[in-house]
Write a protein that binds this ligand. Structure first.
Ligand code: DAH
Length: 340
């Protein structure tokens, strides 16, 4: 009897450890410990054991039952744990997996151009400087050598919040803020939104974007201005692009120029894009007016500087061949998707 209990216990323990699932384990348990199980049968056979040996035999069988029940319960815990870990790993979300969503947005053409222009000037050592869209009369006009009665104000009629506070009509206000804060050498680029009380049409908008550039140091000349803008035109149009300066007038620069780039479509021969002239106007520029330097506490006998102001919308529309300034703001997905 003792021998068969030992044998049964050893065999059952081996089967318990071999179980791969809770249901297999249940089968093993029923086969040995169940009502008609092998161990229960041995217990039933107790009546054939001589009475004096029964207590010892009963103990052997009960010990075996306890050992096996414990083994079953331990194995059950282990299997349940394995099961849980398997489920957790199967149901884990892989956050590195490629998204099935293919309809994500892209950058607006103006943002693409703005980023490219910033990158170009940063590579030449310029710093990007933000300045407020809501400005005072002083920064937008007065300090830029445009006093209250100056006729140049007419061209930049903007939106006034009070008599003294307005939506900036040009990013040139950023020059003043920079020169007040930082002493030369200065190399800054200030891109942003500007406002004018214009009706929206193919070439005008009450809100548009400019990129202002300013360099102030000892010995800065117009050659530096021409060199940098020529490089800019070659980078953004083509290597064959030429630039020219035409005399112009801005109160904050002296001398002032309009900068033209040779037409990329006809190569300068004249076409519909350049209206037959062979040239396309790309920005205004000049040498910073002595009065402007003085207004910012910079000695114009010691330092000189150049500045330029370029219409970001205009450059973007020329480069992408967009014929109407309103199109980029109509949120037409057929248009916007072309830039994804
Ligand atoms: N602020 C001028 C405008 O809005 C553009 C401009 C011209 C900026 C010449 C400059 C500059 O810095 O030197 O028309």
């Amino acid at each position: 009897m003792e021998e068969s209990v030992k044998k049964l216990t050893a065999e059952t323990i081996a089967s318990i450890s071999a179980c791969k699932t809770v249901s297999e384990l249940n089968d093993v348990r029923v086969k040995t410990l169940g009502k008609s199980g092998a161990l229960t049968a041995l217990l039933k056979g107790m009546k054939d054991v001589p009475p004096e040996k029964r207590p010892a035999a009963g103990k052997i069988v009960n010990d075996a039952r306890e050992t096996l029940e414990q083994a079953v319960s331990e194995r059950q815990k282990a299997l349940e744990n394995e099961e849980l870990l398997r489920k957790l790993s199967e149901e884990r979300i892989d956050i590195t997996i490629d998204s099935p969503l293919k309809n994500h947005g892209g950058l607006h053409p103006l943002s693409i151009m703005r980023n490219r222009i910033e990158e170009f000037f940063c590579s030449l050592g310029f710093v990007i400087a933000d300045s407020p869209e809501i400005e005072t009369d002083y920064y937008n006009f007065e300090a830029l050598n445009i006093p209250a009665d100056h006729p140049a104000r007419e061209m930049q009629d903007t939106f006034f919040i009070t008599e003294n506070i307005l939506l900036r009509s040009q990013t040139s206000s950023g020059q003043i803020r920079m020169m007040e804060k930082v002493k030369p050498p200065i190399k800054m680029l200030s891109p942003g939104r500007v406002f004018r009380s214009d009706e929206a049409d193919a070439t005008h908008s009450p809100v548009f974007h400019q990129v202002e550039g300013l360099v102030v140091d000892k010995g800065i000349t117009m050659c530096d201005l021409k060199g940098i803008l020529d490089l800019f035109a070659k980078k953004f149009f083509s290597n064959e692009t030429k630039t020219r300066f035409r005399p112009s007038y801005f109160p904050f620069t002296e001398p002032s120029v309009e900068v033209d780039a040779s037409c990329g479509k006809c190569g300068g021969k004249g076409c519909n894009v350049c209206k037959g002239t062979g040239w396309i106007e790309i920005m205004g520029a000049g040498m910073v007016n002595r009065n402007v330097l003085k207004n910012c506490g910079i000695n114009p006998d010691e330092y000189t500087g150049f500045a330029f102001g370029c219409g970001l919308d205009r450059i973007t529309n020329i480069i992408y061949g967009i014929s109407d300034a309103r199109i980029p703001f109509e949120n037409d997905l057929r248009f916007l998707k072309q830039f994804n």
